[in-house]
Design a protein around this ligand. Structure first.
Ligand code: ZN
Length: 280
């Protein structure tokens, strides 16, 4: 384990601000890694009163410099565009913001297409569910070693891990991240990987956004009015480590999106459609 990699932190340790009204919030939806020429990798960039927060990081500059070592053989299946202009780092530059202001990164899970940009923000504190860390960094099984890439955390980010307790949000098990941003939460969304979670971002004046990570792959899986492309279900199944949990997760997200239509945008990583738009 790298020297700087520290785990076991608690939300009290991360230097968050005191609870109060969230003002000056802005949520950018960024494509930080086009896959196979068709699917984006959605990253949320949150401008908060206390600095910038990322939800996932997509493909990073170092992945582009060393794709074989950092991404491994799975890159031949995912076929990321490897375009520096798509990285979160460059997108933040393009928005006229300062990448050094990224203080926190919250992860849906640790797959290579979601954490490649961690090294581009080496001073940010990284927040994730404890179970996701256990099966990616601590004791990955063979099946997990091919998708979780040690090279992507060898710079030793400060990792803060969280366990679920009794907290619920809209019926889902939830972990409050108020020390990062008041109202932000990790939401349990099982199926894709062990410990996979969505990230709820309070919208301030606009709708809240739930980044559901890879809990679904296409809008049609949570909206019966939208047709699902034929490649989606088999691809989702190939990539899932807990596939029996997927149908219930889809059903619960569909019900949630319907129930909260207008004041909650439910989006996933690899589908450009859906509310909120996406910068490509
Ligand atoms: Zn993914």
């Amino acid at each position: 384990m790298p020297e700087r990699l520290r785990t076991g932190g608690h939300s009290d340790d991360v230097g968050g601000r005191a609870p109060g009204t969230v003002i000056g919030m802005r949520i950018h939806q960024l494509n930080c890694g086009t896959m196979a020429g068709v699917s984006p990798t959605r990253v949320l960039l949150v401008e908060s009163p206390d600095g910038l927060i990322l939800v996932d990081t997509g493909i990073g500059l170092q992945d582009i410099a060393e794709p074989a070592r950092r991404l491994g053989p799975l890159r031949h299946l995912l076929r990321p565009a490897l375009d520096p202009g798509e990285t979160a780092r460059r997108r933040i530059d393009a928005l006229g913001l300062d990448p050094a202001d990224v203080r926190h990164i919250v992860l849906t899970h640790l797959d290579l297409d979601h954490i490649g940009g961690l090294a581009d923000f080496p001073d940010a504190t990284v927040h994730t569910v404890a179970g996701a860390l256990t099966w990616s960094i601590r004791i990955p099984r063979w099946i997990e070693r091919r998708r979780y890439r040690r090279a992507q955390w060898e710079h030793g980010p400060l990792l803060v891990e969280y366990e679920y307790d009794d907290e619920r949000w809209e019926g889902f098990r939830a972990i409050p991240l108020d020390a990062v941003l008041e109202g932000m939460k990790l939401i349990e969304l099982p199926g894709h990987t062990v410990g996979h979670a969505g990230v709820l971002v309070p919208g301030g004046d606009g709708p809240d956004v739930l980044h559901a990570g890879d809990a679904f792959y296409h809008r049609g899986q949570i909206d019966p009015a939208v047709r699902i492309p034929r490649w989606v279900p088999p691809m989702e199944k190939i990539m899932a480590l807990e596939s029996p949990a997927i149908p219930l997760t889809h059903a619960r997200l569909a019900a949630l999106a319907e129930r909260r239509r207008g004041d909650l945008d439910v989006v996933c990583a690899h589908d450009a459609s859906g509310p909120g738009g996406l910068r490509s």
